[in-house]
Design a protein around this ligand. Structure first.
Ligand SMILES: [Zn+2]
Ligand SMILES: [Zn+2]
Length: 385
């Protein structure tokens, strides 16, 4: 089969690799019809993780079931399914509590002591291949496959966002404890930040502020009805306070991660976290879903090399703020968010800028990585010519 393979920093290509196959009786194999490139793929693409060469990338996957393992009950050949980027067993102590982003069964314990969580095609998240490919092996298929309703083909570009960014954006608002009528400050108008804005709108936020330094992304936030704030022109904290009676936003969402940079492209790893502490009110809560990693040996910043951050802990403590962090437990939300799409209450596909065949993925990585104007979200259709 054809797949997008990582060969080193900024080197990916479409290679012919062995077909995905059933390895355990609880697996299925799907034929991918849509698979996305994610901002978090770029950390690997840029060589800013320890992902091994030869890895097939891609964790935002949707397709048709073509092979079914003997122990699979509920999934049949021909079902159209979307997969959480998390791979989870459904029976460990964390999965039992709905924390499927921290599965103990599927995790790679060599990453660090107490490691939890697994994903398709991702650094440190187990040996699993990604779905930027023609076929994908899905472990624990009964648990991981979300079967789509009869409008699956028609709304495929919306449903594929259930694999990661829509639930992850939603998760940021839940970690932040957003309540109807409250204001939320969202840092990052990339795909996840825009999904956080969409989620906040659905949940009845009174004011949604979205901060970025990219005008094309901010324009999408504005279209959603959020207040776009351009961090290259404005003093964000001052502006937020002036719009919230001097108090700051009720809660905040971090949708950028450790590779955050200023408007001149310089990486400043603590910039967004400290900006949130400053602009969120005393007693407010932060939801941090941007990716941070335990180590980044190639980082310029000596703290960042060790996965550390110069965090304004004094101000955070003094303001009595709280914080929720970590990967989204996609299964905690995806079935309900699917109903929002099915009943036309949410259309996350609005962020798609490019729909391409798999063959053009290496080119797409280049543009997306350069943050080229207009390349907000790329989705790939591996079955297209
Ligand atoms: Zn993703
Ligand atoms: Zn588990």
């Amino acid at each position: 089969m054809k797949a997008l393979v990582y060969h080193g920093p900024r080197k990916v290509s479409i290679d012919t690799v062995p077909d995905a196959k059933i390895e355990k009786a609880t697996d299925v194999v799907i034929r991918l019809t849509t698979t996305n490139i994610c901002g978090s793929d770029l950390h690997m693409y840029e060589g800013r993780t320890d992902v091994e060469k030869g890895k097939i990338l891609g964790h935002e996957n949707l397709g048709d079931v073509v092979e079914v393992g003997k122990a699979v009950d509920s999934i049949k050949k021909g079902d159209k399914v979307v997969l959480p980027f998390n791979i989870a067993c459904g029976f460990c102590a964390n999965c039992e509590r709905g924390l499927t982003g921290f599965c103990l069964t599927c995790a790679d314990p060599s990453v660090m002591p107490g490691m939890a969580g697994a994903a398709y095609g991702f650094a440190g998240m187990g040996p699993y291949s990604g779905g930027q490919a023609e076929y994908l092996r899905v472990p624990y298929a009964d648990f991981n496959c979300l079967k789509l309703p009869d409008d699956a083909a028609e709304k495929e570009n919306d449903y594929v966002m259930l694999s990661d960014i829509f639930p992850t954006g939603w998760h940021s608002t839940r970690l932040a404890g957003l309540k109807p009528g409250e204001s939320i400050l969202i840092y990052g108008a990339g795909p996840v930040g825009l999904m956080a804005a969409l989620s906040a709108k659905i949940q009845g936020a009174s004011q949604i502020f979205v901060v970025d330094h990219k005008a094309d992304r901010l324009a999408l936030a504005g279209k959603l009805g959020a207040t776009p704030i351009n961090s290259s022109n404005d003093d964000v904290s001052e502006q937020i306070r002036s719009l919230t009676n001097g108090l700051g936003a009720d809660c905040g969402a971090e949708c950028v991660g450790y590779q955050c940079s200023n408007s001149r492209g310089k990486e400043i790893p603590n910039m967004v976290m400290n900006a949130l502490v400053d602009a969120v009110k005393a007693t407010g809560t932060l939801g941090v879903v941007g990716v941070f990693i335990p180590q980044d040996p190639k980082a310029g910043d000596p703290l960042e090399k060790k996965g550390q951050l110069a965090f304004d802990f004094g101000k955070f403590w003094f303001k009595g703020q709280k914080m929720g962090t970590g990967q989204c437990n996609v299964k905690a939300y995806n079935r309900r968010l699917m109903q929002l799409i099915h009943h036309d209450k949410a259309n996350p596909s609005f962020i798609i800028s490019h729909e391409l065949p798999l063959a053009q993925a290496p080119e797409a990585y280049k543009h997306f990585d350069n943050r080229d104007e207009g390349w907000t979200k790329v989705i790939l259709h591996p079955q297209a010519a």
